[in-house]
Design a protein around this ligand. Structure first.
Ligand code: C5P
Length: 307
């Protein structure tokens, strides 16, 4: 049995995020079109069959490495479900900003499940892994169906979609986090009832394939209006992207990242450099759609230094 795996966990953006009615379990029903981008955390997982316990190491000292970490929780859920007692050393290289609307923690959790499924030869399908992952967070199931998927209900109703065409995404983060639960509270406090899905978005529901040209005019996120009164900088970031030629610009998830869509890599890189220089924001360019949890790469035994 292989005992090491290296797996890349991509960030996501929400090309569409509609927050619909509040459910009896306290969560909201969603309608989202989610898309991975090639900005990735890196996980190295090492299994020790003669040990027990999960040991995490992360290059970002601000992240907890105990049971609060979603990777540790994902590993615990997998081992419990598989009824296995083995030791796991997991090393994380963090590149996706935290609490930024980019799904970094959820993607790490999904990557942990995919990595362990492979390493421990569990034979779980994407749907089984998504079912296991949904207890860890609403964004987790999506990553098993990346790069593009239509996501509904609390986040567990996921249908993969083929998005035709190439685009580069400029991600702009102001340097502060937004807590998801707080953003949902702001949404409830600021909006007067719920608007129905637009006809254009409703028409996407049954389509297995869409083009960027179809999606660009439909892009919207309900959290933009909810955060506007308290976070003026988000609107400034969006205007900055649009004035520099983005085909569309939008808040991702519940923030704090705003992203712009560009047809060419060169223009995306130019905009990244300008916005970094002028504002000091964290800005990154990542290709859309080129990244998903699989295929993943197995590295030879002993080639990793874990622990
Ligand atoms: O599932 P996750 O841990 O990402 O959710 C964080 C918070 O976001 C939840 O506690 C809930 O307040 C809110 N949420 C929601 N409806 C969803 C997803 C999240 O209300 N579909």
């Amino acid at each position: 049995m292989t005992s090491d795996v290296r797996i890349f966990a991509p960030a996501k953006v929400n090309l569409i995020l509609r927050v619909l009615d509040r459910r009896t379990d306290g969560y909201h029903n969603l309608w989202s079109l989610m898309q991975t981008v090639a900005l990735e955390d890196e996980l190295h997982i090492h299994v020790q069959s003669d040990a027990t316990g999960v040991h995490l190491q992360c290059d970002d000292p601000t992240l907890p490495t105990d049971g609060r970490n979603l990777i540790a929780r994902a590993a615990g859920v997998v081992l419990e479900r598989a009824k296995l007692a083995v030791g796991l050393d997991i090393r994380i290289v963090k590149r996706i900003p935290v609490s930024a609307g980019l799904g970094g923690g959820s993607s790490d959790a999904a990557a942990t499940i995919v990595g362990l499924n492979r390493l421990l030869a569990l034979g779980w399908s994407a749907s089984e892994m998504a079912h296991i992952g949904q207890v860890l967070g609403s964004d987790v199931p999506f990553f098993f169906f990346a790069p593009t998927a239509r996501v509904r209900a609390r986040g567990e109703d996921v249908a993969p979609v083929r998005l035709v065409g190439e685009r580069w995404i400029v991600l702009v983060n102001p340097g502060f986090p937004v807590e998801t639960r707080w953003a949902y509270d702001r949404l409830s406090a600021t909006r007067n009832g719920m608007t129905a899905l637009s006809q254009g978005i409703a028409a996407l529901s049954g389509k297995p394939q869409v083009t960027w040209e179809e999606i660009l005019p439909l892009m919207e996120n309900d959290f933009e209006a909810a955060l506007a009164p308290t976070h003026h900088v988000l609107e400034k970031m969006k205007r900055g992207l649009l004035s520099r030629g983005a085909e569309a610009a939008l808040l991702s998830g519940s923030g704090s990242t705003v992203f712009g869509v560009f047809p060419y890599e060169e223009s995306a890189i130019r905009v990244r450099d300008e916005m970094k220089r002028q504002h000091g924001w964290w800005v990154s360019v990542a290709k859309a759609g080129s990244s998903s949890l699989s295929p993943h790469e197995t590295v030879p035994l002993n080639s990793l230094q874990v622990g």
